[in-house]
Design a protein around this ligand. Structure first.
Ligand code: D41
Length: 694
């Protein structure tokens, strides 16, 4: 690179970083994901290292963190607040550990990594310093640039978990506690729901919400925000001069300053905890560095079910004497590092949009993205849902977009970086006819989705209907996956679900890429699937908005299939969970000639027992609403659901104030958080089984 190019690139990066800083720290409106910011910063630092003569005094690399706002007074930290180094992989952690060892070895202190490590989740909040004098909370400051922060005393005073007076009597005159202020996930969700209700746009994530709440000039607003705090370390510790002047107290106050401090970081956290300050319950003291990877994996597993947002783990050499040996580089201690999780947000471009036709004819725009590694997987597609969503994002083809993949949640497009819209950006045009069967498309009043009107004439809808019919929760046809359904339809062997039962082994085995064994398996699977239950059969028909629960309710209410087929709209509405719309959908389904034909064929080829009427005393869980979440170990979720429903319980998919019980399996996530917040009774799997057996 020529010097001219370097100068130009550095200026470009500085301008971008300053711009992002302003958006992030001043306006609370982040415009690019953190990784993008970090990448630019790394690039700038690399260029500055290679060309020190080009480094400017006001370079963004010189201020880690944002400048203090004018409206808050400034606080100079008595001891600077350091920053944390990052590693992003097992290899990088190993390299960090090796550097640790080399340095300690050089000093002749340690030759193996056999020393304790304090392991902490890395909270995604804001670092603050709390100052206590004579046990009384007197000041709180943001980290700011590490040297000077903002005075946020009045706001921090409103955080319920932060004591305004320390417990006990054994503490130094002056004690600074460092930790992270954060907003619990449940509070964040509630706050955003409220904001959206009021037509405001809400915060992008819990960290921004915490930052926004701490930066309120009116602490009454902060007080309503339900912020949390976990201590991660100790800052300045010392004796008060005015007490030292005061005769008798001299000896006493000197006896309890630095000497109060334990010589282990973990013990120090416990000391702070004993004074009444919150300590993160997941913090663990590891015997040695070999346990680091396991802690990281363990916390990564727990991530979704923790009540607070984290973006990685932090590992610290526990022994303070070793910490002192290791010292600092620039602003970060050599004895600690963050070991971060893969980024959950990344930038990529929207290359094109395809339109998929679903089982009910809904036409869904699917974003084809330039493949991008995010949240631990490579993402190349994301749903755009419907026109409303496209309008909301104001997204166009060739736009730069932010993709988020958190945990096992399907990837979503969070927003568009409008300032990067290229000249060749193209408005996304919806099809005017069905892309599969060319039938007319229609948008029902009050609905956001566009639908193909082709019904079962549309090959896409037919395929989806058959896939649904054979799916696990429906007839669960062994040996019949989605790919095979597509092939059977494409080769003209089947047109309807009923055609499945007319297939012969010969038909199937002569198909392309089909072995004799698979053919035999499929025919066997179909033979087994002929015998089913009324509820599964009704569900398998794929009537719009008739899910498993509704199908089971219909079966339980009408007891046989003829009664369901011939029920009136009014009768249908007597069934639990069936409202006007679902009742109309059912009537509509049985009014279509092609459906009647297929259903009659199926009735002749399949069998299921009628259901015997139950009286109320056989339904001990009548009117009780259950929600299942997490992984159950003794029965599968569908079995549990069916068993609960058989006793009259309602099983719902989402937790609300009307939920009676949440059954929480392993790795329960947001539903458990919500249920706890709403005071819903939580049952373990064993407790549910006990209830079923009672
Ligand atoms: O949970 C955190 N975000 C966290 C942040 C943590 N668990 N420990 C931390 N430890 C430090 C040192 C090692 C410098 C005392 C930190 C931070 N620093 C930190 N947070 C923001 C800047 C630095």
């Amino acid at each position: 690179m020529s010097e001219q190019t370097v100068i130009k690139r550095m200026a470009e990066i500085c301008q971008l970083l300053n711009h992002y800083d302003h958006q992030y720290y001043v306006l609370d409106e982040p415009s690019v994901p953190d990784v993008e910011y970090d990448r630019l910063m790394q690039e700038l630092i690399a260029l500055e290292t290679a060309h020190p003569e080009l480094k400017t005094l006001d370079s963004p690399s010189q201020k880690v963190g944002g400048a203090a706002l004018k409206s808050f007074s400034q606080v100079t930290h008595q001891l600077p607040m350091l920053s944390l180094d990052n590693v992003f992989s097992a290899d990088e952690w190993q390299a960090f550990a090796k550097r640790l060892l080399d340095r300690l070895n050089r000093g002749g202190v340690k030759s193996t990594l056999d020393f304790a490590i304090c392991a902490e989740p890395k909270l995604d909040g804001l670092a603050v310093s709390l100052r206590y004098e004579n046990g009384v909370f007197v000041q709180a400051a943001t980290r700011g640039d590490g040297t000077v922060g903002e005075n946020i005393t009045e706001n921090v005073r409103t955080i319920k978990s932060i004591p305004l007076r320390l417990q006990g009597t054994s503490f130094p005159d002056i004690l600074e506690v460092r930790g992270e202020v954060f907003m619990p996930k449940a509070s964040f969700d509630a706050l955003n729901k409220q904001a959206i209700k009021k037509g405001e746009k809400g915060f992008a994530n819990p960290r921004n919400a915490a930052a926004g709440s701490l930066r309120q000039l009116d602490s009454k607003i902060t007080a309503k925000r339900n912020l949390g705090f976990y201590a991660y370390g100790i800052g300045f510790v010392g004796a008060l001069a005015n007490i030292a002047n005061n005769g008798d107290n001299v000896e006493e106050s000197k006896s309890i300053d630095e000497s109060w401090l334990a010589n282990s970081h973990y013990q120090r956290l416990c000391q702070i905890k004993a004074l009444g300050l919150p300590m993160c319950p997941e913090v663990k003291l590891l015997d040695n560095a070999t346990q680091v990877e396991a802690f990281y994996q363990d916390i990564l597993q727990q991530r979704a079910s923790l009540s607070y947002e984290i973006d990685g783990t932090v590992f610290k050499v526990d022994d303070i004497a070793l910490q002192q040996q290791l010292g600092f580089v620039a602003r970060a201690p050599r004895w600690a590092t963050a070991y971060k999780f893969p980024a959950q947000e990344e930038l990529t471009t929207l290359e094109s949009v395809d339109f998929q036709v679903g089982r009910t004819g809904a036409i869904t725009p699917v974003a084809r993205l330039k493949p991008i590694f995010v949240g631990g997987v490579t993402v190349s597609n994301a749903t755009l849902h419907n026109q409303d969503e496209i309008d909301r994002l104001s997204i166009q083809i060739n736009d730069t977009v932010i993709i988020r993949r958190a945990g096992d949640v399907i990837p979503q497009i969070v927003s568009v970086v409008l300032e990067r819209r290229p000249e060749n950006a193209q408005v996304i045009a919806f099809p005017t006819v069905c892309p599969v069967c060319q039938s007319a498309v229609l948008k029902a009043e009050g609905e956001a989705v566009l639908r193909c009107t082709g019904g079962l004439y549309c090959q896409a809808q037919r395929k989806e209907a058959i896939k649904h019919f054979a799916s696990r929760k429906a007839l669960d046809v062994d040996g019949l996956g989605d790919k095979l359904v597509e092939q059977l339809v494409d080769e003209g062997l089947i047109k309807t679900p009923a055609d499945l039962f007319k297939l012969t082994e010969l038909d199937v085995s002569t198909m392309a890429r089909m072995g004799q064994k698979s053919a035999t398996n499929l025919i066997k699977g179909l033979e087994v699937a002929r015998k089913t239950t009324l509820a599964k059969f009704v569900y398998a028909l794929g009537i719009r908005e008739v899910g498993e629960t509704t199908a089971a309710n219909l079966a339980q209410y009408f007891l046989n299939f003829s009664a369901i087929k011939s029920a009136s709209e009014a009768q249908l509405q007597q069934v639990p969970d069936v409202g006007v719309i679902v009742a109309k959908n059912i009537i509509n389904f049985f009014a279509q000639d092609h459906n009647v034909e297929v259903v009659e064929e199926l009735e002749n080829m399949m069998s299921w027992p009628d259901i015997e009427a139950k009286n109320d005393d056989e339904l001990p869980l009548k009117d009780q609403t259950f929600v299942l979440t997490g992984t159950l170990s003794k029965m599968d979720r569908n079995e549990a659901k069916a068993a609960l429903q058989a006793l009259g319980a309602k099983v719902s998919g989402s937790v609300s104030a009307k939920t009676h019980y949440l059954v929480a399996g392993e790795k329960s996530g947001s539903k458990l958080v919500k249920a706890t917040a709403l005071g819903v009774s939580v049952l373990t799997e064993d407790e549910m089984i006990a209830l079923l057996n009672k």
